[in-house]
Design a protein around this ligand. Structure first.
Ligand code: C5P
Length: 285
């Protein structure tokens, strides 16, 4: 039996440059993996593919299976019987890459079990066939992500700090959030280069100052009210800054002090669907 953690990702800065001919969008973002994580366990079975998970959202099952099929297609051998068990802690459809993180952990485990010599870049390429965020989730740490999100340049992780990650009680479908951007009046996006520079300098305060997410500009008024309420609460408790992650609706606040982060967490637990304390993590592979 093989087991690995599947750390969620947050977007410290996220800009969408425009639509691409392939139907995706050209991205520029700084991603960071965090210690809010699922646990993924795989064991061989005589035959078939079985995914065991509590409260499995529709559609998630096929991603793990598709990843396994893509992995063994590259190896040129049939998919063995596999049982994948997910212990979920990261909320799904939340902008935290929960589903991508699980798929990425499945791929890291399959590499460990069947092909330890496989180049991590090849594993990331297999991940891209399943989802745009999967290559980053395979690698972890912090990175500037471009293209669909798969062109990764490693960055030093955020300097030691505390993160409060809170998800309001509504979901935002990613394709719909990308569509909303098309009717938006173009304006300056977040300072993605500034964020990359701040991480390279190890400067937590400038990193906090560069946090931004273009998807916040296309929230509908009721969604915006909830996201703003969480951001304001985080800042009231001493967050250096707060930003929505990915296509939302989760919000991340960065704190220099654990006591402030814990106080914010206690407050937000009462009003959010989920709220968690986390720390930035380094590379996983
Ligand atoms: O790649 P993934 O399947 O995770 O993407 C989910 C959806 O998000 C895509 O179907 C697409 O609508 C949108 N997307 C995009 N451009 C990206 C990544 C995702 O338009 N770079």
């Amino acid at each position: 039996m093989y087991s690995q953690s599947a750390p969620a990702k947050i977007n410290l800065a996220l800009d969408v440059l425009g639509p691409r001919p392939d139907g995706y969008h050209e991205m520029r973002m700084v991603m960071q993996s965090v210690s809010l994580q699922d646990q993924v366990t795989i064991r061989e079975m005589p035959e078939g593919f079985r995914l065991l998970v509590m409260d499995l959202p529709e559609g998630v099952k096929t991603l793990e299976q598709r990843a396994a099929e893509a992995f063994f297609a590259v190896l040129g051998r049939p998919v063995p019987g596999l049982e994948v068990r997910l212990e979920k802690r990261t909320p799904a459809y939340a902008g935290l890459g929960g589903g991508s993180a699980d798929v990425a952990a499945v791929l890291r485990l399959l590499r460990e079990m069947y092909c330890p010599e496989m180049d991590p870049a090849e594993l990331e390429a297999i991940g891209l066939t399943v989802g745009s965020d999967v290559p980053f989730c395979v690698r972890g740490g912090a990175a500037l992500a471009e293209g669909r999100g798969e062109r990764l340049t490693d960055l030093p992780p955020l300097p030691p700090c505390w993160l409060v990650i809170a998800k309001p009680a509504f979901d935002l479908p990613t394709p719909e959030m990308f569509r909303r951007l098309h009717s938006r009046t173009p304006s300056d996006g977040p300072d993605v280069n500034g964020m990359a520079g701040a991480l390279r300098k190890g400067d937590l305060h400038s990193a906090a100052a560069c946090m931004g997410n273009v998807f916040e500009s296309v929230l509908e008024p009721p969604e915006q009210r909830e996201v703003l309420y969480i951001k304001n609460t985080l800042c009231r408790f001493g967050a250096l800054n707060a930003v929505m992650s990915g296509s939302g609706p989760s919000v991340v606040g960065i704190f220099a002090h654990k006591e402030d982060a814990s106080a914010a967490l206690d407050d937000l637990r009462n009003v959010c669907q989920t709220a968690a304390l986390a720390q930035p993590m380094g590379r996983l592979i």
